[in-house]
Design a protein around this ligand. Sequence first.
Ligand code: ADP
Length: 258
Amino acid sequence: MKEPDASTGTALAGGELIRLEGVTKRFGTNTVLDDLNFSVEPGKHVTLIGPSGSGKTTILRLLMTLAKPDEGTITVDGQRLFPAPEKQVREVRKKIGMVFQQFNLFPNMSVLRNITEAPVRVLGLPKDEAEARARELLDLVGLADKCDAKPTRLSGGQQQRVAIARALAMRPQVLLLDEVTSALDPELVAGVLDLLRDIARSTDITMLCVTHEMGFARDISDQVLMFDAGRVIESGSPEKIFGDPEQERTREFISAVL
Ligand code: ADP
């Protein structure tokens, strides 16, 4: 099968789940994404690396519809996410889940309710069904005994596990992971990364992952995109990007973070 071509976003054998074409995003005079083109095939794990401020998180936020591009198109599973009518955006949005650096759990709700809230309200799942699924997911993330706890009583690592369970509860086709271990105490990082490795191995969810954890990126990625100043300057397999990058900028970045 042909490798996804991050620089041109040309049509791919095997179809595409996500496609960005000519995506430009500006904040005032600051162009943070500059005519970006890339596509992701279903089930693939794509890691976004590059210096701070190069636009990686902004891409995830555009896909999550937390921000809008100034130019370009975004397509997910054959349907336009941008530009698109509001009703369509809501439908496409259901296919995408996100886990944030700062967990973003609802502090006043129990762990169980954090996970059932969106499936009940957004998907219209019956409450008992949503709860049964939430308990399964809590078991998966190793927190079966924390259903009734408030998130503030949990460690950062446990809160992030709840956030992962919450994202999975919507049965997304795409999971966006935004530096999910950056806010954790160092001793909690490995456990969360192991959980994500398991999820990457055992599900067919397409993942887009912004991370500074290069070992993790190397393990889970089918493809690595190297960003600099709002552009993909290089893309390829983890072996290529970490072992024998073409761009000097990539080489410098990797040796600085390793
Ligand atoms: P990265 O994830 O690679 O660190 P970001 O996507 O977070 O980069 O940010 C890219 C650029 O966009 C940075 O210069 C950042 O300051 C700017 N930026 C991001 N969000 C906003 C915002 N809401 N308002 C103004 N500037 C922003």
